[in-house]
Write a protein that binds this ligand. Structure first.
Ligand SMILES: Cc1ncc(COP(=O)(O)O)c(C=O)c1O
Length: 455
């Protein structure tokens, strides 16, 4: 029998009990968020009207390296964690590469993606502080599905604004949210001022994450005992996702290897942060020289072609101003099937790390992402989410480079979700009905030139 080990699983009693806060270790801290009216740095208290207090405190925490995971959240994590670290022997063989490829399989969560890692603590803190209702947005529906289950688990009422194009492309994600008891509204909608404004100006607008965030925020601000929760971008979301990398660190040790490259797809940055930050701390301390590669869609390239500036997190400009790599908060991305990557900006921590050259970014065309996803599916038997296909495409590029150079490199990527509810996208790809999208420098320049210079 072969002695090759395919997957590495941490026993439940070895699942980390604290999240890792990279800000405590960063030499250059991220710039503070600014109040949109006064342009003054925001403190945790300034965020209390929107977010749960504990989450607001986590958002601005620059000192605690580790933050304990509440017992109730750890219990629910056990429903699907630890997630397996898998050696992709099939993919290595298909590529005939000397590289060792590992992936962290976050698709095994009950809702099919990494998003539950932050949905559970966010619902927990809201409930603990006496909130009864929450609102959120969702792109491809993965965050909405995770939040719907988490809200039900903690007895909260949830309203989800789902980007209209995904509402139509992915009807079963809507059904999943409704099955867990959430109310789902296609965005833009007529139920908010932000939605009505954009529908009046652009009646056929198919929605964006930026608009859906505005609508969810507006509902939260106008509803008593209601808080808003967000699935990416913010520091506290990245913090919760570090459970991925903390587990992976122990599992790589079980495999007797250490990654030379860590890869993840990039929407607002949560799964990239989650798998990267625990390894990145050893690069910051000078012990290791691992590279970190964020794979974003060529049609929404904030890290590779955006500018670093203060910008809003949403389309209508309700959020604080966040220091970020951005394409401009009213950027309307092309209708690619990786709905979760159609976001104009990157979180403030990741943006600072990019400025400091501690991480890299690559852009991936839609057709290349699906080609990579299909190769992975055939080699490993898992159909990846269209978002995750971007990470796979970047991983394949790294593995082929290793082959060209004749180097044995260890690559770790995050499989952020499965694509079993995204088969319409695969259908379209197989029918040769999908295309790439070119984005001109003029469009990007025109969009970012509207931003006030504050950074
Ligand atoms: C499966 C999956 N992967 C990745 C992402 C991108 O988000 P983030 O950059 O926050 O990880 C999403 C967002 O919806 C997603 O659903």
């Amino acid at each position: 029998m072969s002695t090759k080990i395919k997957k590495f699983i941490l026993p439940e009693n070895e699942i980390p009990t604290a999240w890792y806060n990279i800000v405590a270790d960063m030499k250059n801290k991220p710039l503070p968020m600014l109040h949109p009216g006064t342009k003054q740095p925001m403190k945790a208290e300034d965020l209390f009207p929107i977010f749960a207090e504990e989450l607001s405190k986590q958002e601005v925490n620059e000192t605690d390296r580790f933050i304990e995971i509440p017992e109730e959240v750890r219990e629910l994590y056990k429903n699907y964690r630890s997630t397996p670290l898998v050696r992709a022997y099939g993919l290595e063989k298909a590529l005939d590469t000397p590289a060792h490829i590992y992936f962290k399989n976050e698709s095994v969560s009950p809702v099919g993606s990494h998003k539950l890692n932050s949905a559970l603590p966010q619902a927990f803190y809201c409930k603990q502080e006496g909130t009864t209702n929450i609102t959120t947005e969702t792109g491809a529906g993965q965050w909405g599905a995770a939040m719907s289950y988490a809200a039900k688990a903690f007895g909260l009422e949830l309203a989800v604004y789902m980007v209209k194009i995904s509402y139509e492309q992915k009807p079963y994600r809507r059904s999943i949210m409704q099955t867990f008891g959430a109310q789902v509204i296609a965005s833009p909608s007529m139920s908010t001022k932000a939605g009505r404004k954009i529908l009046t100006e652009h009646p056929n607008y198919q929605g964006s994450l930026g608009t859906a965030i505005s609508e969810a925020l507006e509902l939260a601000m106008g509803t008593p005992n209601c808080k808003y929760v967000l699935g990416s971008v913010l520091n506290h979301v990245s913090l919760h996702q570090t459970i991925i990398g903390l587990e992976a660190e122990k599992q790589m040790e079980m495999a007797g290897e250490y990654p030379d490259v860590v890869v993840a797809c990039f929407g607002g940055g949560s799964n990239f942060s989650g798998i990267s930050y625990p390894f990145l701390r050893h690069r910051i301390s000078g012990e290791k020289n691992t590279r970190f590669v964020a794979a974003e869609p060529a049609s929404c390239p904030k890290l590779t072609r955006g500018i670093f500036e203060y910008d809003f997190g949403d389309e209508a400009g309700y959020t604080p101003l966040i220091p970020m790599f951005t394409l401009g908060h009213d950027f309307a991305p092309a209708h690619i099937h990786a709905g979760g990557l159609r976001y104009h900006g990157a979180g403030s921590i990741v943006s600072q790390l990019k400025k400091d050259n501690l991480i890299e970014a690559v852009d991936i065309q839609q057709l290349d992402s699906f080609k990579a996803g299909i190769l992975f599916a055939q080699a490993e038997g898992i159909i990846p989410a269209p978002e995750s296909c971007h990470a796979i495409a970047a991983t394949i590029n790294e593995a082929l480079k290793a082959k060209e150079e004749g180097k044995q490199k260890t690559i770790l990527f995050n499989l952020s979700g499965h694509g079993l509810i995204d088969m319409a996208a695969y259908d379209a790809f197989l029918a040769e009905d999908l295309s790439n999208y070119e984005l001109s420098d003029e469009i990007i320049r025109a969009n970012v030139s509207k931003l006030e210079k504050l950074a």
